[in-house]
Design a protein around this ligand. Structure first.
Ligand code: NAD
Length: 495
């Protein structure tokens, strides 16, 4: 059985806690590996290594740090297929999705390659007579990243490149469900020439997370995961005086107006709801169908669902893979029955689709006439289940979004520019798509939801990411009047 251990100070450290987590290939249902779960002293060792590396790293020139980041970028580009295969073998998503995820991660590394520009401060000359004022952005020290299972490559790359490019040292605590890709990424940092201790990896669970949140040498924590844990991380970390950005769950609505292009909207709904088996924080889980659009839209979605090929993510024919674990698959499946009991209309029941073998597969589901009091609406399902809420008007659809406790992403499908522009303003969410179902910002903007989708006030990656990993220092300077200098500067004197 292959074992995944920690990487501390550039060395593999075999976990000594005696606790491990089983890692599965979701397509076969078989355990393939086990991952060490860190004890407190192992987290302490990683933080100590990062702390010891900090002074040398932050004082290294931007030119040199940038060269290392370029080298890392090139290694990740060269390793994309290897990483994607590893990703599919533990997460389950189809190979093309895994490759796409790595591409999005590379965007973030490329942004970090331009750190010289992002760290530029600002200067006022002659703020007062003979006085200049300069603001520079300084790194924080040791920062930690705690990441979820659903993007094991992209989300560590949302964090680590900007954090270390800005001069911090980093401790990554990835999900214990698919730990191989984050481990390979940390190896690639070292292969690129990053000094030992600058990027460290501890695998683990709540024990490791709690230690990072209370450790006095950890200055900031970036977290991405479910809402209850994000809230916990935010409250615990800030109570220990740390800067925290904690991105939580989501329930993303796609509004379809009666004038929308039905084919475009149906294509978008199917790819955004069922892509990656719905295990995306930006997945569409609710279509707010306005007026008479509901029936033709449902027909068009159903037609596409029938053609969707579900299978092993490494099979090029597969368009959707299995869910990440058996327990998660069973939990998602339960929402179809609860929706039926609570009075919704099940248009397609994913439980009726049969699969060979022991993989964690589930068919796609479509539920119509969903109301806001049903479990399938109230909870984040995080699986291939799409709910349709019928709305009488645009205003009703917008209210649905505003009343929802999450506010990660949302989208509108319409041909009406005025309605789209209005929606851009009205939508109570951090990321908005106009005829774009999954509006994940490019690496040079920033990612962050509103309401229960983000605890803290600084979004992740891009310019906000650099802001999170740095703090301003303002320097006020006065030099003696050159006329009084002891050096002969060639000024006329009174003699
Ligand atoms: P999760 O909350 O279970 O786990 C996230 C991280 O927290 C993991 O590293 C895990 O080890 C740790 N963790 C789990 N339980 C903990 C506990 N009790 N105490 C301390 N730490 C704990 O999330 P997940 O299932 O891995 O990921 C899916 C969730 O992440 C979904 O809710 C999804 O919406 C969300 N997500 C959000 C975004 C976003 O950008 N907002 C992006 C991706 C995923």
């Amino acid at each position: 059985m292959q074992r995944i251990d920690h990487i501390i100070n550039g060395e593999v450290v075999v976990g000594s806690s005696g606790r491990v987590n089983a890692v599965f290939n979701p397509a076969t249902g078989l355990q393939t590996k086990e991952v060490a779960l860190a004890a407190v002293d192992e987290v302490d060792a990683a933080v100590a290594a990062a702390q010891a590396a900090y002074d040398g790293w932050r004082s290294m020139s931007i030119a040199r740090r940038t060269k290392l980041m370029f080298e890392f970028r090139n290694l990740v580009v060269a390793a994309q297929e290897e990483l994607a295969e590893l990703l599919t073998s533990e997460h389950g998503k189809v190979f093309s999705d895994s490759l796409g995820e790595i591409q999005r991660g590379i965007e973030n590394i490329e942004f970090a390659c331009d750190i010289a520009d992002h760290l530029k401060g600002s200067v006022n000359e002659q703020a007062s007579t003979g006085i200049d004022v300069t603001t520079v952005r300084r790194p924080l020290g040791v920062v930690a990243g705690i990441t979820p299972f659903n993007f094991p490559a992209m989300i560590p790359l949302w964090m680590a490149p900007n954090a270390v490019a800005a001069g911090n040292t980093f401790v990554l605590k990835p999900s214990e469900r698919d730990p191989s890709v984050p481990r390979r990424i940390v190896e690639l940092f070292h292969e690129a020439g990053f000094p030992p201790g600058v990027v460290n990896l501890v695998n683990g669970d709540k024990v490791a997370v709690d230690r990072l949140l209370e450790h006095p040498d950890v200055k900031a924590v970036s977290f991405v995961g479910s809402t209850p844990i994000a809230k916990y991380v935010y409250e615990t970390g800030t109570s220990h005086g740390k800067r925290i950005q904690a991105l939580g769950g989501a329930k993303n609505h796609m509004v379809v107006l009666p004038d929308a292009d039905i084919d475009l909207a149906a294509d978008a709904a199917v790819s955004a709801a069922y892509g990656s088996a719905g295990e995306r924080c930006m997945a569409i889980s609710v279509v707010a169908a306005v007026g008479e659009v509901a029936d033709p839209l449902i027909d068009a979605i159903k037609l596409r669902m029938e053609k969707l090929v579900i299978g092993d993510g490494m099979d090029p024919a597969s368009e959707m893979g299995p869910l990440v674990t058996r327990e998660h698959r069973d939990r998602v499946a339960g929402y179809i029955d609860s929706a039926r009991r609570q009075g919704a209309t099940i248009v397609v029941d994913g439980n009726e689709m049969a699969f060979e073998g022991a993989g964690f597969f589930l068919g796609t589901s479509l539920i119509d006439r969903v109301t806001t009091d049903m479990d399938c609406y109230r909870d984040e399902i995080f699986g291939p289940v799409l709910s349709i809420v019928r709305c009488a008007s645009y205003t009703e659809a917008v209210k649905l979004i505003s009343d929802n406790r999450w506010g990660n992403g949302t989208a509108i499908f319409t041909r009406d520019g005025g309605a789209a522009r209005r929606f851009q303003e009205d939508a109570d969410a951090g990321m908005v798509g106009i005829n774009v179902p999954v509006p994940v910002p490019v690496g040079y903007h920033s990612f962050g939801g509103w309401k229960s989708s983000l605890f803290g006030d600084i979004a992740m990656y891009g310019p906000e990411g650099v802001r999170f990993y740095t703090r301003p220092k303002v320097i006020t300077t006065r030099w003696p009047d050159p006329a009084t200098s002891t050096v002969n500067l060639g000024f006329p004197t009174n003699d």
